[in-house]
Design a protein around this ligand. Structure first.
Ligand SMILES: C[S@@+](CC[C@H](N)C(=O)[O-])C[C@H]1O[C@@H](n2cnc3c(N)ncnc32)[C@H](O)[C@@H]1O
Length: 254
């Protein structure tokens, strides 16, 4: 059920948004005066914009906004797009979804409410240092660093483009207590942190928990967004009041 909600439901919503937007545009088009007839490219761009707005109303993740916007145009012009454009798109996707095949961890992002809940949790537990293992675009690092200046926030990331963008964001934010490091999470020494955060997938969780137990200091916290450690009962679960009903599973090291 969780896999359906996370992976299939967004694409079903995309389809619904596109159909609704197309129906709306087809209804509106005949009402336009003759001198306001636009070419098919503009009509589809408008249709994509409407679908993208519907997607926002349906709380689709932000990554779907450009997808919805450009999808109708991509379908219409698929035969005139030059081959090199597909190569560039492929390379860009590879640089973003670098870890999807090897680690079976795709890219999806912690939302602002969950990041704020994590910042409160870190503060409440007295943590002075936090690491986000697989830090994506750096949202968690930036949120925590901004909300809790006394906490030093580190992000660890290996997808090249994602790493570069998050580094840029952190540099632009000019937060002395935030940093992003290009390193595999498996090579990071977790004993340096009071709180270790991850939002990965079910696959690495057993191995990650073993690593955490070996390296983390007693009393420190491993917090997993959404994905549980099989056969281990968390000390507690924080339910975040966001659109996707995020759960933060908290494991205290013994
Ligand atoms: C689901 S995203 C979470 C992003 C971020 N933590 C957040 O919550 O917004 C998982 C991230 O982990 C990264 N990742 C996967 N395996 C990794 C590894 N071995 N070392 C470092 N990063 C990794 C992926 O590239 C991806 O950006």
């Amino acid at each position: 059920m969780r896999m359906f909600r996370r992976h299939l439901l967004p694409w079903i919503k995309v389809l619904v948004c596109q159909i609704l937007a197309l129906a709306l545009v087809l209804t509106l088009l005949p009402m336009l005066p003759d001198d306001l007839r636009f070419g098919p490219g503009w009509v589809l761009l408008f249709e994509g914009s409407v679908a993208a707005l519907f997607g926002l109303a349906l709380r689709l993740p932000r990554i779907f906004f450009p997808i919805q916007l450009l999808l109708p145009l991509a379908i219409l012009y698929s035969d005139v797009v030059p081959a090199w454009a597909f190569l560039i798109a492929f390379v860009l996707f590879a640089l973003v979804y670098w870890n999807s095949a090897s680690e079976q961890v795709p890219l999806y992002l912690t939302n602002a409410k969950a990041a704020a809940a994590l910042a409160e949790l870190a503060d409440g537990s007295g943590a002075k240092s936090l690491v986000d293992l697989g830090s994506g675009l750096g949202d968690v690092v930036l949120h925590v660093a901004r909300l809790k200046p006394e906490i030093s926030a580190t992000g660890i990331e290996t997808a090249p483009l994602v790493f570069a963008l998050s580094r840029l964001r952190v540099w632009l934010a000019r937060r002395a207590n935030a940093r992003i490091v290009y390193r595999s999470l498996w090579d990071e020494d977790l004993s340096a942190y009071d709180l270790v955060y991850c939002f990965l997938s079910p696959v690495p969780m057993p191995r990650l928990y073993e690593k955490a137990r070996r390296e983390m200091r007693p009393g420190t916290l491993l917090v997993s967004n959404s994905f549980i450690v099989p056969d281990v009962t968390p000390e507690r679960v924080v339910a975040v009041e966001d659109g996707r009903r995020t759960q933060l599973h908290i494991y205290r090291m013994g």
